[in-house]
Design a protein around this ligand. Structure first.
Ligand code: ACO
Length: 324
């Protein structure tokens, strides 16, 4: 497409977040495990995580984040939202989708569905929302990452249970006419990938009460390699370099993975939004939670160029470059 032709852009107009009240510190967790606060912080950068109460459903988390995003986007008439996507690995029910419940609770119109790409879920959902906005199927999309991920944990497996937390983040994107060049606000490009042959290094099977199984070192290796490649792919498609980005807002799995990504993109850690210390890995919720944190404390501002990127079970991975 010629650089000057007009194009529909999906512009971020508001974010919201919800974290369960209960905070579980490393110290509390390590008390019942053969682990320590020091080990967890050194290997992962995580100090604490939020954990939902038994009565808090993924729908509850998602709905709270959605309502805050609507306030921040200045949306008073909820029927303006005509698409709801909830990226989740831990839906409230097998069916219906958590997204249709959220649609009902906030009074949105249009259509709603869940999307399952584990830790890459939010990047996938944002990309799908962008396509639906560009095709004219919807005008204003609510894209949520929401997880009660701790319900999938084996609290006796120190190799996995220290890594994850619960929470929800939401963004609202609205179709706006752009010029078709990089000065436009909105999602400028996105790339998605998956490879089911790597299923066995990170999965929870379908049996009742099944828990997360992970080969941590293998996941770590694929995460650094594949996220670097998909980040390059997005930058190359726009003729940009990592140093052109104002911010990297990565999936929050492990501070060492985040540091490796920043290094590959030639970005100092001061240009990376980091929440893994406080939230741990909230799977599909981690990027929208980080976006909300960045907007709330004033680091993220309209006009800035950011990249989001993630890798998760599947394996799935992806990236997007967005002008705020
Ligand atoms: N406390 C203390 N010791 C531990 C713990 C713990 N919580 N967990 C593992 N260990 C031990 C291991 O048993 C091992 O002991 P051994 O040498 O006696 O066998 C030792 O620590 C070293 O274990 P490694 O697995 O080699 O440690 P590593 O440095 O690889 O760190 C970790 C493990 C943190 C899981 C790391 O591999 C990792 O973060 N991988 C990425 C996993 C991830 O992020 N998954 C999330 C989903 S995918 C995503 O979001 C990108």
């Amino acid at each position: 497409m010629p650089a000057s032709s007009s194009k529909i852009r999906s512009v971020l107009i508001g974010t919201g977040a919800y974290l369960p009240q209960r905070i579980l510190t490393n110290r509390e967790l390590a008390a019942s495990l053969d682990s320590s606060d020091e080990w967890i912080r050194q290997r992962t950068g995580i100090s604490q995580r939020h954990v939902s109460s038994d009565s808090e459903t993924t729908t509850d988390l998602a709905t709270r984040a959605a309502k805050q995003a609507m306030v921040n986007a200045g949306i008073r008439d909820p029927s303006q939202i005509d698409l709801v996507i909830v990226a989740t690995t831990t839906p409230t029910d097998v069916f219906p989708a958590t997204a249709t419940m959220v649609q009902h609770f906030i009074g949105a119109s249009g259509f709603a569905f869940d999307l399952q790409a584990v830790c890459s879920g939010f990047v996938y959902a944002l990309s799908v929302a962008d396509s639906l906005l560009q095709s004219g199927s919807a005008k204003t999309a609510l894209v949520i990452g929401a997880e009660n991920f701790t319900r999938l944990l084996d609290w006796t497996d120190r190799g996995t249970c220290v890594l994850f937390g619960d929470g929800a983040g939401a963004v609202i994107v609205r179709a706006e006419a752009g010029k078709g060049d990089q000065s436009d606000r909105g999602i400028l490009t996105s790339f998605l990938h998956s490879d089911g042959s790597l299923r066995d290094i990170l999965y929870t099977d379908g049996s009742p009460g099944a828990r997360v199984k992970m080969e941590g070192k293998e996941v770590f290796r694929h995460a650094t390699e594949k996220m670097a490649a998909v980040a390059e792919e997005a930058l190359d498609s726009l003729g940009l370099q990592g140093s052109d980005l104002d911010w990297l807002v990565p999936h929050q799995a492990n501070l060492r993975i985040i540091e490796a990504m920043a290094k590959k993109l030639n970005l100092p850690l001061s240009k990376v939004i980091v929440t893994v210390d406080k939230h741990a890995n909230t799977s599909a919720a981690s990027i929208p939670l980080a976006l909300h944190a960045g907007f709330s404390d004033g680091r993220l501002k309209p006009g800035q160029l950011i990249m989001v990127e993630a890798l998760g079970g599947g394996l799935t991975w992806g990236s997007a470059i967005i002008r705020l």
